[in-house]
Ligand binder design. Sequence first.
Ligand SMILES: CC(C)(COP(=O)(O)OP(=O)(O)OC[C@H]1O[C@@H](n2cnc3c(N)ncnc32)[C@H](O)[C@@H]1OP(=O)(O)O)[C@@H](O)C(=O)NCCC(=O)NCCS
Length: 189
Amino acid sequence: MNGNALFLLETRRLILRDLLESDWPLVYALSREPLVTRYQTWFRLDGKPEVQRWLGALLSQTNRRQPRVSFNLAIVLKENESAIGWLGFGEPEDPTKGDMGFGYALVPSVWGNGYMTEAVEAMLDFAFESLNKESVYATCAESNRASARVLEKAGLVLVERWQESDDDFGIVEEHLCYRQERSEWARRR
Ligand SMILES: CC(C)(COP(=O)(O)OP(=O)(O)OC[C@H]1O[C@@H](n2cnc3c(N)ncnc32)[C@H](O)[C@@H]1OP(=O)(O)O)[C@@H](O)C(=O)NCCC(=O)NCCS
């Protein structure tokens, strides 16, 4: 993978490509949306300067590391080329849970069209086929039924649950870990 080339995956309706500095309005929109920040802590950013700093660091450090281990992508609708969300995957935060972790968010206006399931399925193919991962995982709050459903539809299996506190909201809630093993991915293909 060339360090300067724009990473890109294509699905039937979507382009998944490296985030660009010009995508800051997408990140800003996600950061302003309570339905997103309730569950996607990454986007708890305060105002445009913080969004631009966050994106700048992501692009100059995380996405640039070679060999490439982190992929922070914009999800773009082919039909009108609008950037509708973020999909991030790479080195696991908790290596005991799997070889690769991932997270995601879409602007609410496009929820319920199967876009995230389509994006996650393409990402899983890339992870197992091209990155040779043995297992891929994601975590979500149990109350985040849409996210858990995306993971189930993409073929991940519930493997662990625990309680976690969200200090910003002053709550403790049940969290779930979903995983897909290479053997299960190969069986589903
Ligand atoms: C989670 C998220 C990415 C889903 O994206 P999406 O493109 O709408 O997902 P899909 O359309 O592929 O699938 C959603 C599934 O959840 C189901 N769903 C949605 N809300 C639900 C609810 N309240 N209860 C049960 N199921 C629900 C949908 O019906 C659909 O399942 P189906 O195809 O069997 O009908 C989107 O809701 C989002 O960005 N949420 C905020 C950020 C977030 O939660 N990120 C994940 C953090 S772990």
